[in-house]
Design a protein around this ligand. Structure first.
Ligand SMILES: NC(=O)c1ccc[n+]([C@@H]2O[C@H](COP(=O)([O-])OP(=O)(O)OC[C@H]3O[C@@H](n4cnc5c(N)ncnc54)[C@H](OP(=O)(O)O)[C@@H]3O)[C@@H](O)[C@H]2O)c1
Length: 250
């Protein structure tokens, strides 16, 4: 049976920007399915949302496991019959926890395992999940896919002196987000004659476990761009890269 309520699946929704995005969409009347790796963290997140009157479900979900992609497909198909919004939010920044390479400008010394493990989640996992769920997004009258990227994935900013990205390069994370941006352009092209819109977004520099305590935006502010592009109207853009209304350079 297909529900008339809008349904969103958010990866990495147990904390940080993902949980805040779930809250924001939930408050707009969207039913949110939280994709969370750890059951206990997911249960806590679910309790918080439900205590605020938000309609939500928990799916224990690890982006690195293709069987979990299938599990998500069957769960959403059986329970809702379609998926209105896919928020590809989960990601890792393994360079920040690596002791074997300096955090910034690590191109000459980066451990190949960090590069592979980063791509496994931020790119391969995200592409594979999106391919698996795409038939459900196409069943929505207004499907939206939000790829949570980063200005760090911008080739232009990485190549242009005079901005923070230029002087703070981290190869694995930055290149995984550049690859994600490429996925956005290819998927938007493939879907150009459908009702599905797909965009990359940058959430800003946000005070989460990944962004750290010195970031200038709180979680609520950091969730605003994901929410904006998940709720795009039929006249909204597709195949772009945005922070709020600002068009970002690829
Ligand atoms: N914070 C910033 O300043 C900033 C800036 C630009 C872009 N971003 C992007 O914003 C998004 C959210 O980041 P955040 O700042 O909220 O970071 P975060 O607090 O570290 O959250 C990352 C989320 O991804 C999940 N995740 C990691 N690996 C996973 C896997 N294999 N399967 C499922 N979930 C997995 C984490 O789950 P666990 O709790 O299980 O690890 C966590 O929920 C990311 O795409 C990030 O690249 C953030």
């Amino acid at each position: 049976m297909t529900t008339t309520q809008k349904v969103a699946f958010i990866t990495g929704a147990g904390k940080g920007i993902g949980l805040e995005t779930a809250k924001g969409l939930g408050k707009k009347g969207v039913h949110v399915v939280l994709g969370v790796r750890k059951q206990s963290q997911g249960k806590t997140a679910l309790d918080i949302l439900r205590s605020e009157g938000i309609s939500a479900d928990l799916l224990v979900f690890d982006l690195s496991k293709t069987e979990d992609h299938q599990k998500a497909y069957h769960y959403i198909l059986q329970k809702f019959g379609k998926l209105d919004m896919l928020i590809n939010n989960a990601a890792v920044w393994l360079e920040s926890t690596s002791s074997s390479s300096s955090v910034s400008n690590n191109v000459a010394s980066l451990d190949a395992k960090i590069l592979k493990d980063t791509f496994a989640i931020n790119f391969f996992g995200t592409v594979s999940l999106t391919q698996t769920l795409l038939p459900l997004v196409k069943k929505s009258p207004a499907g939206r896919i939000v790829n949570v990227s980063s200005v760090r994935g911008s080739l232009s900013l990485n190549a242009t002196p005079g901005n923070a990205v230029y002087d703070g390069k981290v190869l694995a994370y930055d290149s995984s987000k550049a690859a994600l941006n490429m996925f956005t352009t290819h998927l938007a092209y493939a879907l150009r004659d459908t009702q599905v819109k797909v965009n990359s977004i940058h959430p800003g520099w946000v005070r989460s476990d990944m962004g750290g305590a010195n970031a200038n935006l709180d979680l609520q502010q950091g969730s605003e761009t994901s929410i904006q592009y998940a709720l795009l109207g039929d006249d909204g853009p597709t195949g772009g890269f945005y922070f709020k209304d600002e068009v970002l350079p690829w």
